[in-house]
Design a protein around this ligand. Structure first.
Ligand code: FE2
Length: 663
């Protein structure tokens, strides 16, 4: 048996992942435990959780992998500083202490931090005994880790690989081939030419937070017109036929400064960056639409080039830019590839999975059990039999696939991510103990009753916090830690944005749809289990707009009811789709199925269980707190259902809205 812990840390979204004999046993982001969004510190809590899930201690690990190479990154920092000296001196001074204190001493740091993850008692015992950890520490290349996270868990025996992000050590994008257990990277695009950094420059300029507000730019884009596309291409970035970019560094300051853009950039667009939280104008919408259009063009050109270079029929994607699910949807529809698979934790958190699997397959030379060939990979929560480290009394559902005639017509689907349900799960005993200790009124239902009960309140337009099964790994909530509602409701989008999430009113919501029914409701007949693909609502489900409605611009487009499922139909009819299969997420599937039987609609709204600026909830305490702070109507904690109307008054000492920094 070989146990491998993968770690990504010190940039943003620190995470840990445990792989045992090639199987991903657990993975989690540090932010979920510390409650600090995008926490970049060493993932001591996440590592501790992963070890606990497998029932082992850090001393029993065989290998520990770090997702990139700090010395090479330092080399880039130094070289970039020398190129731009003395103008980058301030940012250089700001970065150096962290490098001197932590990053350059990574092996020592990892050993010390993992001793903490072993628990205090163990640490003291280990110190007393003068015990050394025996595991071997290995460092991967940043884009190799992304590539490994994209290919190894994919359902493909062989595939082309494309990784695109801001920057790793030097690479900003790389192209490769995965075959069996081998990955070969063929080409790379290097810093400072970077699609991710170009997108982040516009994220900054439109007044959102870099490395977190990129999906807001993507959501804002459909309100705008692509009027700056030629200007961007002419002045800021030359887009070549092979998808490579040549950026004009007169307009950017990320190489030497603390800002992404400079005064020359301001001059191109006639003004300063929008101040965060100030009014969003048509200009920001047009800028968002323009950079989104360029991103889609670049990704289509890149994928066409990758197809030509590799001769592969299937494509795996990872890296932060692969979270751009609008572009991914176009790649699926318009690129020459027959199939695509996108790592759900496409950003740096997924590097923890990548390095752990790379050690297992590449370093240790173990073969992949490809689901295409053998179908042996297990697909998550529906798997029978004892699970390593599973808590006592877990709420295991009675799945009977034979009775589900509709499912038998589906093409098979299995990847190595277990539906991305790789985080902690609370047993029914734990939930009940929590509810008893706080004296919280609730009703307990049987497993068979629960879907019907939840579907009933959803059909009454009530909003439900759903906490069940294992927590998701990656930025998307997929029905484990989700807030759900009725997609048919015309008021749901504004209610959820303003009274539940406390976030910007322009933001769209995503649908969860039964895999069996996706093609009836959307222009997609494909698995999108991780909400990584955008496609349009089916024409037959759309509502004809009046001439007056068609003439509306910008944010005034928001309140038009444009389909049978207005809560999840964006202003351009698009939707960020999650398809749900019973075998991967049985309870969630059954809730939506019960909703379909009640209403005729197999689509519900699914948004992450948190408020703006808060990491997605992890524990029952987190879920209850978020439930009481917002206008959610019901909370489901495994098989216990809490009605807001029955809850005691929830008093807090401080204003919780100041607890989370706005993202
Ligand atoms: Fe990255």
């Amino acid at each position: 048996m070989a146990s491998i812990l993968g770690i990504s840390a010190f940039y943003h979204d620190s995470a840990a992942c445990l792989v045992v004999d090639g199987e991903i046993i657990a993975a989690a982001q540090e932010e979920r435990f510390t409650r600090i969004k995008h926490d970049y510190n060493f993932p001591v809590h996440a590592a501790h959780y992963c070890l606990k899930e497998a029932g082992i201690s850090a001393a029993q690990l065989d290998h520990v992998g770090f997702y990139d190479k700090p010395l090479l990154k330092f080399d880039r920092l130094l070289e970039t500083y020398l190129d731009y000296a003395p103008s980058g001196f301030r940012s250089f001074l700001k970065a150096i202490p962290l490098w001197m204190k932590e990053k350059l001493w990574m092996p020592d740091l990892i050993r010390t931090e993992l001793a903490k993850a072993n628990g205090e008692d163990d640490e003291r015992r280990a110190k007393k005994a003068g015990k050394k950890f025996e595991w071997k520490l290995l460092f991967g290349d940043h884009h190799e880790s992304h590539a490994a996270s994209a290919f190894y868990p994919s359902p493909f025996e062989e595939a082309a690989i494309l990784t695109i992000d801001g920057v790793g050590e030097w690479a900003t994008s790389s192209i490769g081939i995965g075959k069996g257990n081998e990955i070969t990277l063929l080409k790379e695009l290097r810093f400072p030419d970077s699609l991710g950094l170009l997108y982040s420059a516009f994220t900054y300029y439109t007044g959102f937070k870099v490395n977190s507000g990129e999906y807001k730019v993507m959501g804002l884009a459909p309100y705008g017109e692509p009027k700056y596309v030629s200007l961007i291409k002419e002045k800021l970035a030359e887009v070549r036929e092979d998808g490579s970019l040549r950026m004009n560094h007169e307009y950017f300051s990320y190489s030497q400064g603390l800002r992404m853009t400079n005064v020359a950039f301001d001059r191109v667009f006639d003004g300063q960056p929008r101040r965060p939280e100030s009014k969003i104008t048509q200009r920001e919408m047009d800028l968002a639409r323009s950079i989104q259009a360029i991103t889609e063009e670049v990704m289509l050109k890149m994928t066409a080039y990758v197809y030509k270079e590799t001769g592969m029929k299937k494509l795996c994607l990872a890296g932060g830019v692969a979270l751009n699910c609008v572009a991914n949807g176009r790649v699926l529809r318009e690129s020459p590839f027959e199939d695509i698979w996108i790592q759900p934790a496409a950003g740096d958190a997924g590097g923890a999975i990548g390095i752990a699997l790379a050690i297992w397959h590449r370093y240790l030379g173990n073969q992949r059990a490809s689901p295409e060939k053998s179908g042996t990979w297990r697909s998550g929560a529906g798997v029978r039999g004892p699970r390593r480290g599973s808590p006592a009394g877990v709420f295991d559902p009675p799945v009977d696939h034979a009775q589900d005639a509709r499912a038998t017509s589906l093409p098979p689907y299995a990847d190595g991510m277990k539906g991305s349900f790789l985080g902690p799960r609370n047993s029914v005993d734990e939930i009940e103990e929590f509810l008893r200790s706080k004296n919280l009124p609730h009703k307990k239902y049987s497993r068979a009753q629960l879907p019907e009960v939840v579907a009933g309140v959803l059909a009454d337009e009530k909003i439900v916090g759903l906490h069940q099964g294992r927590m998701e790994f990656g930025p998307r909530a997929l029905g484990g830690r989700s807030i759900i509602g009725d997609a048919r409701s015309a008021t749901m989008q504004s209610v959820m944005n303003l009274k539940i999430k406390y976030r910007e009113s322009f933001r769209p919501f995503a649908p969860s749809v039964l895999r069996e029914d996706v093609a009836d409701w959307f222009e997609l007949n494909y698995d999108s289990p991780y909400m990584m693909l955008v496609a349009d609502v089916a024409e037959s489900r759309r509502r004809e707009m009046s001439d007056e409605e068609k003439g509306l611009f910008g944010i005034s487009k928001l309140n038009i009811k444009r389909s049978e499922i207005p809560a999840v139909t964006h202003v351009d009819y698009s939707a960020r789709i999650q398809t749900v299969r019973r075998e991967t997420n049985p309870l969630y599937w059954e809730i939506i199925e019960a909703f379909r039987q009640k209403t005729g609609c197999p689509v519900i709204v699914n948004t992450s269980f948190n408020v703006r600026g808060e990491p997605i909830v992890c524990t029952p305490e987190d879920s209850y707190r978020c439930f009481m702070r917002t206008e959610m109507d019901f909370l489901v904690l495994e098989n216990c259902v809490l009605d807001k109307k029955e809850q005691p008054e929830f008093a807090e000492d401080a204003d919780w809205r100041s607890e989370f920094r706005l993202d």
